[in-house]
Design a protein around this ligand. Sequence first.
Ligand code: ADP
Length: 451
Amino acid sequence: MLLRILSFLLSQFAGGLLGAWQAGLWGSLIGMSLALWLWLAWDVWRSARLLAWLRQPEMGDAPPLSGVWGEISARMRRVWRAERQQTTASEARLSEFLAALQASPNGVLLLDREGHIEWCNQTAAAHFALDVQRDLMQSIGNLLREPEFSHYYASADYEHELLLPGRDHSPSHPVMLSVRLHPYGEGRLLMLSREVTALQQAEAMRRDFIANVSHELRTPLTVLMGFVETMQTLALTESERHDYLALMAQQSQRMRNLVQDLLTLSQLEASPAPRFDQWQSVEQIVHQCAEEARALSALLYPEQKQQLQFPTAAQLAHAGEIAGHPHELHSALSNLLNNAVRYTPAMGHITCTWEPLPDGSARFSVRDSGAGIAPEHLARLTERFYRVDRARSRESGGTGLGLAIAKHALQRHGASLQVHSTLGQGSEFVVTFPAQRLRFEWSISGEIRPA
Ligand code: ADP
């Protein structure tokens, strides 16, 4: 500032001196006023340069100004630099924040006060078939036209989430979305969406399962109660009592089987994956299952016996070992064998084989000459409580859970279950155990040879 005053005074002094030298007192006054105008013009020119620099959209180098204008430009430049650094840092934070929202497995949509989409991540775009660029600043009400959503959006009551069908939803391929709006800022809304198809299906399965279990338990219980009431109210002969008690025992057994299968299922779901270092002899498992199948067959068909064929002792002696849970393996294989016995009529044929395959895996198969299964049932056989012939299943003590247990137990051991069947000719259930769960003794020649 001092410099500015000094420069002004100096210009006046120089103008006055020059004017006085040329034309005396009047000359000095004219010289001073001329010097004043010149000084002002020089000052305006310098301020105009500063203004022109400030008006630039991108601040480049400051004009080389001295004095007060130079100081103003230097200070402006410092303020601008600090602001630019702050803006860059804020932009970096914003883009990190948006990247985090982008990475979210949930759909995220930001709506302004009028319900226009300000931003949305790819998941939300996929959920609602939006175009991230084209649909920006479009009204959400125009893009999501489901009446449930319009009603939910207009209600301004966002305490609960809304279930909406996804864009690819169809009865055969359900896709369900859960949508919830969260108010924030001044009248803005954060919209979150997530796919809940699997959750919904699990919930529906849980409901079906409970309904099925209740139904399965209620039926024998109702029969039992009927017999109890009859025995309490009627005077029965000894033979009637005997018959009734036999029927009651049958119903109790049915309930016991069901409870037992339910326990097995829940154990399968709760227990850790079968270990790889717990080796079970194939011979022992198959032998035990064979004994049980023979006993069941003798019980069901005492007169006209079925023909049951199992791997010979010599074949089984070289069958090696399976890594896994003994009870689960036994339960899976015996279910297949018992089903073959139960669904094959008297004098029918059942053949069970164990066959090591060249790649180190092995096949266990059960083939029967029973009624067979129509193709439309095959895919659903391993569903819980799914039965092709309900009466036949009940008659032979079935619970509808046998194949579900077998499939679950086999899957836990990395084994696959395939069913081939021809209606009227019989069925074949094939289990393939993976090589990493089998142990064979290696022959000297390097060939795989059963232990
Ligand atoms: P269940 O206790 O009723 O036998 P499963 O889960 O073991 O239940 O089997 C499901 C259904 O599959 C059975 O009800 C039966 O209709 C059919 N099934 C299973 N094994 C055979 C088979 N070997 N031959 C014909 N049908 C079978």
